[in-house]
Design a protein. Structure first.
Length: 257
């Protein structure tokens, strides 16, 4: 992503949260640039994608081939790639400032609720299948364990990271970014791929499909609520050069010359 595109994305992000500026402050501009995954994520996708591919082949060899298995491993590689890309950018920015000593609050409980529904519900569905489809159920429990460990790693990494802020305005921006970043451990990616086993040939008993559909729907709904609540308006503060009242600003990237 070009520098102009990054600036346009930063302006749109601020405007979507009630702060229309013609140019963000230098630090907020750098902070919002940590959202750019275009270049950084490709390298990490290779780093995590190769082990994920090997893992998918081994998983299907041990627990039987089904449509959802490779999708799960693709989702896992994407989650880890996004996490490492953002944290690498944040660490680079952290080297340029002193630690912000004030508390910026914790994410709301809806995201944790979605995680509890995804993992607790997944276990509740898989355990009764141990007697009728043992390979399928065992594989699902192992996948839940792997995703759970990765989710804990991602969440702890973001929640325990130093706060990147130099004033109250940038602290509010950081709080909003952190609410977005925790979705790298998206619980929906744990629940939704299992729906593929409903519409394709799999060892899943046919009577289980309404339960899987309800399970995925509840998890997605809870995470959607968490995402919407995380997009709360930013409080008053100095986020950049204000836009004159009534003026129109073009926040789109410039076209090619």
């Amino acid at each position: 992503m070009s520098r102009a595109s990054e600036r346009a994305a930063a302006l749109r992000w601020l405007a979507s949260r009630g702060q229309r500026v013609s140019a963000p402050t230098p630090f907020i501009d750098a902070l919002l640039a940590t959202r750019n995954l275009t270049r950084r994520s490709l390298l990490w996708l290779v780093v995590f994608g190769v082990p994920a591919l090997v893992g998918a082949v081994g998983y299907m060899d041990l627990f039987g081939a089904n449509t959802s298995a490779p999708v799960y491993f693709i989702c896992l590689a994407i989650q880890l790639s996004v996490w490492r890309s953002v944290r690498s950018a944040q660490r680079q920015l952290a080297k340029q400032i002193s630690p912000w000593r004030r508390e910026v609050g914790r994410p709301g409980g809806w995201f944790l609720t979605a995680c509890a529904l995804a993992y607790g519900g997944g276990v509740a569905i898989a355990v009764p299948l141990l007697s009728t489809a043992p390979r399928y159920a065992t594989g699902r429990l192992i996948l839940l364990g792997v995703f759970g460990l990765c989710a804990v790693l991602i969440l702890v990494s973001f929640l325990r990271a130093p706060v990147l802020a130099v004033d109250e305005a940038s602290a509010a921006v950081y709080r909003g970014l952190r609410a977005e970043n925790v979705h790298a451990a998206s619980p929906a990616l744990v629940a939704v791929p299992s729906l593929l086993d409903v519409v394709t040939k799999s060892p899943l008993p046919r009577g289980y499909w309404p339960l899987l559909v309800a399970y995925a729907g509840v998890v997605v709904a809870a995470e959607l609520v968490a995402y919407v609540r995380g997009r709360r308006p930013l409080p008053p503060g100095h986020y950049g050069d204000p836009v004159p009242r009534g003026s129109e600003v073009d926040w789109s990237p410039p076209g090619p010359r």
